[in-house]
Design a protein around this ligand. Structure first.
Ligand code: NDP
Ligand code: PYC
Length: 339
């Protein structure tokens, strides 16, 4: 049986934050980064958990993200578009800064958007979505990545894995949240298969010659595929348009050109759109939250599960029993702490 260690969530947070502080990040960057990484580990989202620490530190060392950045909220009194400049730092502290203003505007105007520019984003999007649902708002979140996905019908990396997430608040229970890459799987999953020496499922990727492959190395050198064929390819393109071009930030091919590698965390922008369901449904019959519950019950009533349910079960277990790390993960944390 493999050796494991169980740590409380706050003990993991302390360690990860200390690693980032040692890596030269200021308190605002280190705290926000550690919160999303530990949340990933807590919720059993390994592709965006502690495995991401080294990539973030590599990106700092390469000079492609500013470890001492302090995000800035740009003044736009009363506008539905709230802008935060991450000042070359990570996206997560910029989101934490913009969220209260975004929530206030969405409640007042019915909808509002938070634009984050000049940021490095390597994490899952559900932390942003849960920030919105925690404010009683529904929301959509998206960002580009770097060119690693071939558009359907093509054979070379062009689109990013472009995550796309949605959330709807629920009373007295976790929100409805989905959050996925618009590629068949996140690139982090390919890397985890490579590290584990496991073949990929069929249909995830093509090699550099455009042939289907289940070899993670060949996939990393070739291209990943969009989920759902032309549908995922179109949604991935929409993310490039809205969360790249429309917000005046980099598209995935431009990110790759800027970084020159996919081994560093990508630098681009992020778009977060918040909706007030009460404001949209005002004057119409029925309470939108009650009506949503009827829909959720019907889904679950068929034996289906709601997205994020696995994550919320994992979260409850971690909160009750702590986070279980394997030997290699503990060694990774100890090694990084000792640097
Ligand atoms: P998954 O395919 O693992 O999961 C996608 C979503 O579907 C999750 O909300 C998941 O919920 C839900 N889901 C999975 N199976 C079912 C099911 N049987 N029934 C109902 N819902 C289900 O995600 P990806 O691999 O595509 O992406 C993983 C993460 O990578 C995301 O968090 C994404 O944001 C992140 N990412 C980040 C990028 C970046 O540039 N920052 C780029 C690409 C991805 P549950 O978690 O409960 O299983
Ligand atoms: O897992 O596809 C991914 C990814 C790219 C950038 C951050 N995560």
């Amino acid at each position: 049986m493999s050796e494991t260690t169980t740590l409380t969530i706050s003990a993991v947070q302390e360690r990860v934050e200390a690693i980032f502080r040692k890596g030269g990040l200021n308190a605002v960057q280190a705290g926000a980064l550690a919160r999303v990484i530990v949340a990933g580990e807590r919720d059993a989202c390994k592709s965006h958990g502690i495995y991401r620490i080294e990539g973030a530190l590599r990106t700092v060392k390469a000079g492609k993200v500013k470890p001492d950045a302090v995000p800035e909220l740009l003044a736009q009194e009363g506008s539905a578009i709230v802008k935060v400049n991450a000042k070359g730092g990570f996206a997560n502290p910029a989101f934490e800064l913009g969220l209260p203003v975004l929530a206030e505007r969405a409640r007042t105007l019915g909808m509002a958007a938070l634009v984050i520019n000049d940021c490095t984003h390597f994490s899952a999007l559900w932390p942003e979505v849960e920030g919105l649902t925690g404010e009683g708002l529904a929301g959509l979140v998206m960002c580009p990545s770097y060119a690693t996905v071939a558009p359907t019908g093509g054979n070379k990396p062009l689109l990013g894995t472009n995550p796309f997430a949605f959330g709807w608040p629920r009373q007295n229970q976790p929100p409805y949240v989905f959050d996925f890459a618009t590629s068949v799987a996140a690139r982090g999953e390919i890397e985890l298969h490579r590290r584990a020496g496991k073949p990929l499922p069929e249909g995830w990727a093509i090699d550099a010659e455009g042939n289907p492959t289940t070899d993670p190395e060949a996939a990393l050198a070739g291209a990943m595929l969009p989920f759902g064929g032309h549908k995922g390819s179109a949604i991935g393109t929409m993310v490039e348009l809205l969360a790249g071009i429309m917000i005046g930030d980099l598209t995935s091919p431009e990110v790759l050109e800027y970084l020159g590698t996919t081994t560093l965390a990508p630098f681009h922008g992020e778009l977060i759109i918040a909706f007030s369901p009460e404001k949209f449904a005002a004057g119409r019959p029925g309470n939108p939250f009650d009506r949503a519950e009827v829909l959720f019950e019907a889904i679950v009533g068929q034996g289906a599960r709601l997205p994020s349910q696995r994550r919320f079960v994992a979260r409850a277990k971690s909160q009750a029993e702590g986070i279980v790390l394997n030997k290699a993960e503990m060694e990774q944390l100890d090694r990084l702490l000792a640097l």
